[in-house]
Design a binder for this molecule. Structure first.
Ligand SMILES: [Zn+2]
Length: 263
């Protein structure tokens, strides 16, 4: 059996899961799991996923500490948690140091939930420091189903950041940019820019998805599901149905992730 790594999942501490999941769901947005870690692990077992990268989002600077300590608590052979530093935290440098010192490999950022514009000039030093600490970023890119379609996280902004911090390991989400795949084809496809594929095969025409995945360098694509917002097992079967060669599939399912996570 393949050892699959899911590079984009979410879960919450048990004490917060119920309230968090109620807040995040509505008539259009329905989750497949209850947001608890146990449920994620059960879903991984059922789907044959060996490891999940668990993305946390500090919506306010003061959430940093509680998220960091939860990340320390849950880190395991199966779960690779990513803490989150709020870009507007006046003490971001200290927080990034703490993330690196605690042994985490990267951080998660989300322009909509954290209210920033991806290529804002004031953030370039922040990105530089993350890169200097050899951490990667899983960056929400593209639009977000829960927010108005403001262009704050689109492909051209990714390019603007990478032009200024070329060594930064910035992993775009949702096949380059959620629901902005024409821009992905224009600006990202074919370049050495990481993308994970979560929540794209569910909404995007299969031929376009296949086109993006085959034209992109195969060392720069990662499997992800955005669980609990998709079903991990279903996401794997959608991916496996794409007509891609075996080598590319293996790189996407786990080899590239192993390299980035230094496993
Ligand atoms: Zn997500």
């Amino acid at each position: 059996m393949l050892k699959i790594i899911d590079f984009h999942t979410h879960a919450f501490p048990d004490s917060l899961a119920k309230r968090a999941m109620e807040k995040l769901q509505d008539d259009d947005i329905v989750a497949y799991l209850d947001g608890r870690l146990d449920s994620l692990i059960k879903s991984m077992d059922e789907a044959g996923i060996s490891k999940s990268v668990l993305c946390n989002i500090a919506t306010r600077p003061k959430q940093f500490e509680s998220i960091l300590s939860w990340c320390k608590e849950i880190a395991s052979d199966r779960i690779i948690p990513l803490p989150s530093v709020h870009p507007k935290d006046t003490e971001w440098q200290k927080k990034i140091d703490l993330v690196a010192q605690s042994g985490f490999k990267g951080i998660k950022l989300h322009p909509y939930y954290q209210e920033f514009v991806l290529d804002d000039n004031s953030l370039i030093d922040f990105y530089r420091y993350i890169d200097y600490k050899r951490l990667f970023i899983v960056m929400h890119t593209g639009f977000d189903i829960a927010f108005p379609y403001d262009r704050i996280a689109d492909p051209i902004k990714v390019i603007n950041v990478l032009n200024q911090v070329p060594t930064l390991k910035l992993i775009t989400t949702h096949l380059g940019a959620w629901d902005d795949w024409e821009e992905v084809q224009k600006h990202i496809v074919g370049k050495k820019i990481y993308m994970e594929i979560s929540f794209s095969l569910e909404v995007l025409d299969n031929n376009i998805a296949k086109d993006i995945i085959t034209k992109h360098p195969d060392d720069y694509i990662l499997f992800g599901t955005d669980s609990p917002w998709t079903d991990q097992k279903e996401a794997i079967s959608r991916f496996m149905k794409l007509p891609l060669d075996k080598e590319r599939k293996e790189k996407i399912l786990f080899k590239n992730a192993e390299r980035i996570l230094i496993l």
